[in-house]
Design a protein around this ligand. Structure first.
Ligand code: HEC
Length: 155
């Protein structure tokens, strides 16, 4: 990844140098190149990625809501355990520790909108490339998906 960022940087430097003469009159062009580089670096942080779907903001309380987590465990057992095992790779990845690698919004959007996520979200696309079979939409309600998210916090 460092190599990619570095080569983007080197490339933009090259652009800057090659435009040097022409842009002397118009000094607004150079800073634009630098902005582009910064944006690409920010997008690489997975915890900043909220995914694509109905969920834009999730607040997690400091304490796990055990009642909600219990409901989530039931939904998970019925709708997800055919393809997921809590602590082991199966048809799909193990959800244990998922909130250390993904934002809560991303997780809920992956549950509620997997068809679009595996086509357009960079992390989900990489997962599909690795796991090969697509995650199917189990048509959970937002409340059910939220409960499953709470259950994931207990794993
Ligand atoms: C038909 C099998 C299948 C079912 C059923 C299924 N999943 Fe998945 N899931 C996958 C696969 C495969 C992936 C990896 C992405 C891909 O290949 O599309 C995945 C990815 C995920 C991810 C992202 C994991 C990560 O490490 O980022 C989450 C979260 C997830 N599934 C949650 C669920 C939940 C919750 C349910 C039940 C509502 C569910 N899945 C039902 C197959 C399934």
């Amino acid at each position: 990844m460092k190599k990619v960022i570095l080569s983007v940087f080197v490339l933009s430097l090259a652009v800057l140098v090659s435009c040097g003469d022409k842009t002397k009159k118009d000094s607004t062009e150079a800073p634009k190149e630098e902005e582009v580089v910064k944006e690409e670096v920010v997008e690489v942080d997975p915890m900043q990625n909220k995914g694509i779907g109905p969920i834009t903001s999730v607040t997690l309380a400091a304490e796990v809501d055990q009642e909600l987590a219990k409901k989530g465990a039931e939904v998970y057992k019925q709708m997800c355990s055919a393809c997921h095992k809590a602590e082991k790779r199966f048809v799909g990845p193990a959800p244990k520790g998922i909130l250390e690698r993904r934002s809560p919004e991303w997780v809920m959007n992956m549950i509620l909108n997997p068809e679009v996520m595996v086509k357009e979200d960079p992390i989900a696309k990489a997962l599909l490339a690795e796991y090969l079979s697509p995650m199917s939409n189990q048509n959970l309600t937002e409340d059910q998906a939220r409960a499953v998210l709470e259950y994931f916090r207990t794993l």
